[in-house]
Write a protein that binds this ligand. Sequence first.
Ligand code: HXC
Length: 420
Amino acid sequence: MTARERLALLLDQGSFQELGALATHNMADFGLEDSQFPGDGVVTGFGHINGRRVAVFAQDFTVLGGSFGVVQANKICRVQDLALESGIPLIGLNDSGGARIQEGVGSLAAYGEVFVRNVLASGVIPQISVIMGPCAGGAVYSPALTDFVIMVRNTSFMFLTGPEVIKAVTGRDVGVQELGGAEIHSTKSGIVHRVAESEHVAIEEVKALLSYLPQNNHDDPPQIAPHDSQDRMDDELNTIIPNDDRTAYDVRTIIERVFDRDSFLEIHPLWACNAVVGFARLDGFSAGVVANQPAHLAGAIDIDASDKISRFTRICDAYNIPIITFVDTPGFLPGIEQEYGGIMRHGAKILYGYSAATVPKISVVLRKAMGGAYVAMSSKQLRCDLNFAWPSAQIAVMGAKARSASCAGRRSKSRMIPRP
Ligand code: HXC
């Protein structure tokens, strides 16, 4: 789709109010006297999504590859400023080859103007980025500063430096999809929060995501009428957690049964799968859900899971969304790679996120809450408001088997110490 077609699909019919439609660059400065660049490669303005006001920009790849110069920057900065002043979400549809080569350092400086506005708006108004085409350089840094990144599979990619530069610097051949496709960014780098199979689906994803978020950090998320009764009981919940505490199960089956039917929207479903985070509703009210995932790495918390959980708790805290945590973890993942990679630096972010959050917090220990992970996963000591334990809960420094193995080891060592 073109930039305007995408906006037409995103916004309520007839609601788009364009800004800066006639802005163009004086390309004579760059030796392109005869060329016209309508809108300077971006369409900006305001509109409504399901009746709620939003600010938008959509880059236009048909104009110099959607590349980013000073006029484009002025247009985007203007809509960022107005979104922040008005307290409304900003949605960016990104499709740009990055800094406009012809404009040299002018476009680099202009990127700085956009980035600083991304940061000042962070946690104040929701910012959602959709990657809808090839995006390079600065065109991916701005999305990286926003709350959520949605990427369209196959037709979009994102990287800081492209395959040719990588080949020149490292000698390594890599294709665009292998380097920066949706598969890589949703499973390995973790920059992408949701992958959409088409542009249409990506736009639906924006609308769905927005439905859990408030207009700004002074507002509450909308309440959406549930399809089920708020006091329904579910006996199946008694049977999902296996009796054997080493048997895996999918924690999402519990989440889906606890919250309003079909309301769970998972964030980062394909990355750091040993943790599950996402939005859901209770009696129509938005809630942030955090859980360990026993079906992956037994639910142990590693570096990526730490980043996933901590970032999500910070977002919930910023946007007045209560956090409900389901705990089933044997602890932080032991290993040399984890220690060298900075598990302390990353794990500390979970402690920080829960401790700092002032939204209502509830935790439910489903099965194992062991060691440091007991403390980290929304413990009472980190200011959780209500801590529940299911009948299957075990809370300890370590599991009984690990404890007896460790005691046996210590006994045998002590026997080797010669007595005086
Ligand atoms: C000016 C650009 C451009 C750019 C693309 N075009 N990127 N013009 N500046 N950055 C133009 C092309 O010249 C071409 O013009 C048209 O857009 C379409 O581009 P194609 O290459 O034909 O399209 P495609 O094959 O799909 O490849 C898309 C692409 C590639 C992968 C994005 O164009 C590309 O690699 N562009 C350069 C990416 C880049 O290095 N950007 C600078 C990053 S540095 P014509 O007239 O032929 O149709 C940066 C610094 C910011 O952004 C740092 C912030 C921290």
